[in-house]
Write a protein that binds this ligand. Sequence first.
Ligand code: PLP
Length: 377
Amino acid sequence: MIYLDYAATTPVPRAVADAMYEVLTCRFGNPSSQYPMGLEMKKRVEGWRRTVADALGCEAKYLHFTSCGTEGDNWAVAAACWQNRRLGKHIVTTAVEHSAVLEACRWMERQGCEVTYLMPDRSGRIAAEQVLEAVRPDTALVSVMMVNNELGTVYPIEAIARGLAAKNPKTLFHTDAVQGFLEVPFAAGKLGADFVAVSAHKIGGPKGCGALYIGPRVRNPRPLLAGGGQEDGLRAGTEATAQIAGFAKAVELRRQGLEEKLAHLRDLRAYAAETLSAIPDLTVVGDGQAPHILAASLAGWPSQNIVNDLGSQGICISAGSACHQGRPSHVVAALGLPRRAAGGVIRLSFGPETTRADVDACAEALRRHHDQRMPML
Ligand code: PLP
C-alpha cells in the first residue's frame, strides 16, 4: 500500500502503541484514585501534559486534554461566545474552516449569533487585514485556522492576533491548529490566540485524543463537561490515560529530528508538485505553504473516480477532507475555480515515512487515469 493521506490520519509507531499498551494493561489506575497506583497515574498525566504543552509552546496549566480536535474546536467556539455574551453575538470565521469549527459556528447562529464567513482568494489565501476589517465592536469571537487541511494554506495567525489586540482587545481569538502542530513553527503561549486546538492522530498519536490551549485572557472558562473535576474542573470524565500516554509519546518521537523531518516533507512536496505538473490537464491548486499537503486538480476527471481508481491499486489519496464522505468540498467551492477544475481536486499529504518512490507511483497511476479514462466533467 502507498499511503499519501497523512492529513486524514497517520500510522501509530510501535513505540506509541507500546506506551499505550503498558498503560492499558499494567498502569491502568484511575488518576483520581488515592492509593499509590492512582497517585502515580495522576503524576504521569501531568508529565504527559508537560510534554505536549512544551511542544505546543505553552505552560502546562493552560493545556487541557480533549477527546479530539473536533472537541477542542467546539469547546473554544462555545467558551468564547459564553465569555463575551455581554459584548455581542458576532463571530468572524472563514468559509474554509474545518467543519468542526463551521458546524460549531452554525450552531451558534441557531442560538442567535451572527456569523461572518470570510472568502479566500483563488489561491486559498485570506489576509489579516480582511479578517480585521470584518471585526466589529460586538465581535465576540474570531476563529481562523492555522493551516488549511485541504490546501495546506498557512493563515497569518500572529498578524490577526496583533491586529485584534489593537482593534478590539475583548474579542477572543481561536485557531484550529490541528494541521499546524509540529508542521509549522509556532508557540501557543506567544501566538496571541486565546484558544489553540490540536489533535493526536495527525502526528502519529492515537485517534480519539487532542488538546485545547485556553489562554489566561479566558477568565473562568465555561466547562465543557461537568462532573468529577478532572482537567481543572473544565472537562470532567476519567482521563483517557492510554490515549494521552500515546499522544505524549507521539509528540516526543515527532520532535526527534523535527527539522530534518520538515525539510524532508518540504522536499517531497516540491518534488510532487513538479512531478504531477508534468501530467496533462493537471495543475497544482492553491499556494499552500504547509510542508505536508499538496492539492492538485485533474481538470475534467471527477476526483471521487480518481480516488476510487487509485484506491483499487492500493494508493491512498483524498478528494479533499476525509470528513466529507463523498460530498463536494466547501473549501474547493470557496475558491471559485472553474467547474471542471473544481470537480477534479485531489489532495496528497505526506508524513516522515513517505518517499519519492511513493510520489512516483502515485504520479504514474494519475497519468494512467488521465490516459485511460474519459473526462466526465
Ligand atoms: N481541524 C482540522 C483542520 C482537521 O484537519 C481535522 C481533522 O481532519 C479536525 C479539525 C478534526 O480533528 P479530529 O479528527 O481529531 O476530530
